[in-house]
Design a protein around this ligand. Sequence first.
Ligand SMILES: [Zn+2]
Length: 209
Amino acid sequence: MASSRDALGGAGSGEFDATYGHNLINPRKQYKFEGDISSKLIIGERRAPVYIRLGVLESDEHIIQTVAHEISEIEEARYAMKVLTSGRTLLDKTLPNIKGNWHYDAVTAGDQAVNAFRTTIKLRILTMSTEHEKIIADRVKMWNEGSVHFASDVAYPAIRAISESGKGDLFHLLPLPIQTEVRELVAQFVADGVMEVGVKGGMTEANIS
Ligand SMILES: [Zn+2]
């Protein structure tokens, strides 16, 4: 499984899924969790802000992996950085591929969270009972078995089932490539004026004409 990328700022250039702490770490300076990673909010509580790249929010699995990763890493930093810690140590702890460092453990934590999520989704698909749920479950099964070759073969019936049932949360049961296909098709339907999408109670509501 691909690992999340992140940065305790300054760990290098490039694109990261999320960042926390300082943007630049000086190897010769000393840092502490309180004040350097966490900061005081207006309401008086101390929090460690995490900045997540917008693209991450397009996939359930990516969100789960990234957030679990950052929580794991920040919790290790919180424990280790109760005392002053050198910037050199901080940079080392966030390097990938070194067993036992924060980033290494965080990759494991992120993967475990995604696996737990997939198991939950599989269980939910097994226990689907309504007519619309069954349509989606059947197509997802066919997709997973490789008996349908085009994402659209799953996406079209899924859009119809979600739209007719009014259950936007069924979308999250679709495999990632199908979610992407559904988003693209729905955007096209809306652009063509054959579909309206609204949000009701935090759930997307779609009407196809
Ligand atoms: Zn990391």
